[in-house]
Design a protein around this ligand. Sequence first.
Ligand code: FAD
Length: 309
Amino acid sequence: MLQTTDFDEFSRRYGHLAMAVLHRGDLHKALLSKLQDVIIRTGMECVGAREAGDRIVLHFANGDAVEADFVLACDGIHSAVRKALFPEGREHFARYTCWRAISPGVPRGMDPARLSESWGASKRFGLAAIPGDRVYWFACCGAERTDDPALARLDLEGIKAFFADFHEPIPEVLARTPPASLIWTDILDLNPMSSFTRGKVVLLGDAAHAVTPDLGQGAGLAIEDAAVLAALLARLPSERALREYDARRVVRARRIAIESRLYARVAQWRNPLVVPLRNFIVSSIPERFMDRQLDAVLDIAFDPIRTAA
Ligand SMILES: Cc1cc2nc3c(=O)[nH]c(=O)nc-3n(C[C@H](O)[C@H](O)[C@H](O)COP(=O)(O)OP(=O)(O)OC[C@H]3O[C@@H](n4cnc5c(N)ncnc54)[C@H](O)[C@@H]3O)c2cc1C
């Protein structure tokens, strides 16, 4: 373990909740609890989108077609809407892969207020306590291709063996993990795009700007998009609101995409001569200095929305 992050410290510094770790299911529940008079249709796979005059037609796998005045596409990194209407969007393989799971109980000696990453040669392991006395962990290793059959075969026992030389509490957390909770994902991001809007179609979240998870900002960016867009649409005519949305979101997302890629590259280095040097340098950097590097990411002011108003 070379560095840890005390996320309460960020909140103290910025005077607002700067970082929180929570289970995706809990986030869904929180969002759903705020919705009123909204119809949600599940099982609707969008397979295409086209413009028809000033309307947009969405096609679904079950044969349905829906005509809309306005489309907010938040269908993730493989967005069908983006692929249909934004030819600029290109997925990019970050040359590493990741397993994730939740394990019950926080091991003794693990500080629940700190995130940690432990780095080896082309492999790393991250730990974060989440509400409900549970630990979220991720384990990454370098990969030459997506859907590598050898990596696809790796189960929890394989991961335990792969990280057997990592320090406690990693073996303990792995030992507690239910095998069925394991999720495997190749890490892709999107090459930064110059616009997230086309007419009255707007991309939000990973559909617009999937970033590698290295700075832990993908979900945060998606939530920011929604907050910014909602605030702008409430105050401005829709055409201007969309222009302002692009102006505010494209630059921020690009910066985080580039920084995340850079971080990923260094974290996944495998050269046996370079890795010890990297580890020495990273572990020697004072925590305060490392934290300052995240200021541009975490200390975001939403003042521009008020200015637009
Ligand atoms: C290994 C890993 C670790 C990560 N760690 C972090 C982290 O620590 N912090 C962080 O902030 N972010 C992290 N992320 C990124 C985060 O998961 C994403 O940025 C976030 O989920 C994006 O939210 P979204 O709503 O835009 O897209 P998604 O969460 O991908 O949601 C897209 C939704 O659209 C649906 N959908 C997809 N295609 C279609 C279709 N054709 N038709 C209809 N519906 C469709 C999907 O079912 C899904 O419900 C991580 C990602 C990975 C892979």
